[in-house]
Design a protein around this ligand. Structure first.
Ligand code: NDP
Length: 311
């Protein structure tokens, strides 16, 4: 089946549905990726930090789908903000590819590259060892460099609020192509999406189903819409994103779900009415606002709240 695409600000196109790979165990992710590509996915979302890129690469090779037909995204880990090319080279080698279609700054929080742990360096008081001397604009400069070298075709960010975007935009030569964020009906991010639209930055939705054990799939409103339109609740959640031109990145290692998420996302976007979309848009306001992904960055940075002051 052919998947709808969304145009990026560099002129290329990104498939509107991609397979997520976070928390996919190394021993199961190769089969999941191969199945997805055979079923018609053409977009895989990876990250150095997920620790499974070698197996994702294996799945890509097993699928038999040519590299040039696949949109591959990966992300720069926080201990590598001052060493962008080094992290990227590891990702390219792990995946067994010689370029990425999209490279993202995973979190707007640089961590000490010389700390006591390569992934999550900690201070003696137990907080994460954040590198306060490093500026995000310096990270972005290095992101632009790897783009110029042709190692990646587009660059973007993830978990960046307006405030964080405004730390890089004044000196950026290249505007981020995307901002990958937690977006679902309980965390619809309306204001941030309007800002991204004004800057021609495409939003990507992570945890579109609410991540593992999500209450979203059991939500009464979502279930009622699904039943009326003969869809699965997951189709309604993914279709809502598609209808709003937001890239959806559902993760699954279950073959039947991998297949149904792709077909359901396309069917959902077609079947949802304007009224359905407005109803889902308003769901968070009825006391249901909730984030599911909350790493302890605010505590590390000395803030009380999550996420407003950080990302
Ligand atoms: P999702 O919202 O995609 O939910 C994944 C969970 O839903 C898994 O437990 C999966 O189970 C289950 N599931 C999948 N399809 C269905 C279905 N049709 N019906 C019922 N359950 C289903 O969560 P993630 O948090 O994984 O987010 C998706 C992707 O976004 C990640 O994998 C990653 O690529 C990206 N991401 C990026 C982040 C960032 O900081 N940039 C942060 C978090 C995620 P099973 O696998 O067992 O089928």
């Amino acid at each position: 089946m052919s998947v709808p695409k969304i145009k990026l600000n560099n002129g290329s196109e990104i498939p509107a549905i991609g397979l997520g790979t976070w928390q996919s165990k190394p021993e199961e992710v190769a089969a999941a990726v191969a199945h997805a590509l055979k079923e018609g996915y053409r977009h895989i979302d990876c990250a150095w930090g997920y620790g499974n890129e070698k197996d994702v690469g294996e799945g890509i090779r097993q699928s038999g789908v040519p590299r040039s037909d696949i949109f591959i995204t990966s992300k720069l880990w926080s201990t590598y903000h001052s060493r962008v090319e080094e992290c990227l080279d590891q990702t390219l080698s792990n995946l067994g590819v010689d370029y990425l279609d999209l490279y993202l700054v995973h979190w707007p929080v640089p961590m000490n590259p010389k700390g006591n742990h390569p992934v999550f360096p900690l201070l003696p008081n137990g907080k994460r060892d954040v590198d306060h001397s490093w500026k995000l604009s310096q990270t972005w400069e290095q992101m632009e460099d790897v783009l110029k070298k042709g190692k990646v075709k587009a660059i973007g960010v993830s978990n960046f609020s307006v405030k964080k975007l405004e730390e890089i935009l004044p000196t950026a030569n290249i505007v981020p192509a995307v901002d990958q964020l937690e977006i679902h009906p309980y965390n619809p991010q309306h204001e941030l999406l309007a800002y991204l639209c004004s800057k021609d930055i495409v939003p990507q939705a992570y945890s579109p189903l609410g991540s593992s054990g999500s209450p979203l799939l059991k939500d009464d409103v979502i279930q009622a819409i699904a039943q009326r339109l003969s869809l699965q609740p997951a189709d309604v959640l993914l279709g809502w994103l598609g209808a709003k031109q937001i890239v959806a990145l559902p993760k699954s290692v279950t073959p039947a779900r991998i297949t149904s998420n792709l077909h359901g996302a396309v069917a959902g976007a077609k079947k949802l009415s304007k009224e359905d979309i407005e109803t889902i848009d308003g769901l968070a306001t009825s006391g249901k606002q909730q984030r599911f992904i909350m790493p302890p960055w605010p505590v590390d940075l000395g803030f009380d709240n999550w996420p407003d002051k950080v990302v």
